[in-house]
Design a protein around this ligand. Structure first.
Ligand SMILES: Nc1ncnc2c1ncn2[C@@H]1O[C@H](COP(=O)(O)OP(=O)(O)OP(=O)(O)O)[C@@H](O)[C@H]1O
Length: 256
């Protein structure tokens, strides 16, 4: 069976800077994968590669096919911080924009079935009552869920999320992960985040990225991997919640 996403020896350079170096990963269909790494580790670059926005060295396959033939299988949820909240559009428009491939066209006439489908996604996420609300008037958690609705509006088989909990409080964080867990029953989910405190038991596998990909497998990370990736001891990164991510440290704990 083909992998949902497969990268082979993928590298990206910005000028002289190696943003990604020889990254290979195989993501099984139905996975809930967390990719963690510090700021500047190349997480957004990796998502852009999977979305076909950056052409890397190496190979990218989606369900065994070249990206160009399978791009419609992927939905994308951008970082809230990259989203202009002052933009004068309402929630339904944000979701419908997915149908335009992200291009903004004022006074565009959407097809009736597109509107019905966008409303149905909003309904699924308990957001339909907000459909007329201007996006600047949403809470951080609501805006994040609206962006997830937009990612879902293209009816993807794979949903990619960039820092989905960076702008929300702890209770919205669990709500968002509960929602993703529900969506994971039907879709492959890939989340990138630098926030290891927010990384939860929801993931069924974890990869560590810092230019290179250090670990990919089950959801337990060892001290050595995280030291390599983050360059500092595990407990500092996990903000006192190491049990969210890490297996018992065992003997390694004595080495600190
Ligand atoms: N268009 C670009 N031109 C030049 N350098 C870039 C460009 N985009 C990203 N970079 C650099 O590439 C590296 C990886 O950036 P990227 O945004 O992929 O990291 P990230 O892990 O998503 O970071 P963050 O967690 O801060 O969002 C960083 O050093 C960044 O400054």
């Amino acid at each position: 069976m083909a992998y949902a996403v497969e990268l082979k020896n993928v590298s990206v350079k910005y000028g002289n800077l190696d943003a990604l170096k020889d990254v290979s990963i195989q993501v099984e269909e139905g996975s809930f994968l967390g990719i963690i790494g510090p700021n500047g580790a190349g997480k957004t670059t990796l998502l852009k590669v999977i979305l076909g926005l950056i052409k890397p060295e190496g190979e990218v396959k989606i369900f065994g096919r070249p990206l160009s033939q399978a791009i419609d299988k992927i939905g994308y949820v951008p970082q809230v911080s990259n989203f202009d909240r002052s933009f004068p559009i309402n929630v339904l428009d944000v979701v419908l924009m997915a149908k335009l491939g992200g291009k903004v066209r004022f006074f565009h006439q959407y097809r009736k079935e597109d509107i019905e489908q966008a409303e149905s996604v909003l309904d699924q996420l308990n957001l339909l009552h907000l459909k007329e609300r201007q996006i600047g008037k949403l809470s951080g958690g609501q805006l994040q869920r609206v962006l997830i609705a937009r990612g879902l509006a293209v009816e993807p088989e794979i949903l990619l999320l960039d820092e989905p909990t960076a702008s929300v409080d702890a209770s919205s964080t669990s709500q968002i992960y509960e929602l993703l867990k529900e969506l994971n029953k039907e879709k492959t989910i890939i989340v990138v985040t630098h926030d290891m405190a927010a990384v939860s038991s929801y993931f069924d596998s974890l990869a560590c990225l810092n230019e290179k990909l250090y670990h990919h497998g089950d959801k337990h990370l060892d001290q050595e991997t995280t030291k390599q990736v983050f360059g500092c001891p595990v407990d500092l990164i996990a903000h006192g919640h190491p049990h969210h991510v890490f297996a018992p440290h065992g003997e390694e704990e004595n080495n600190d």
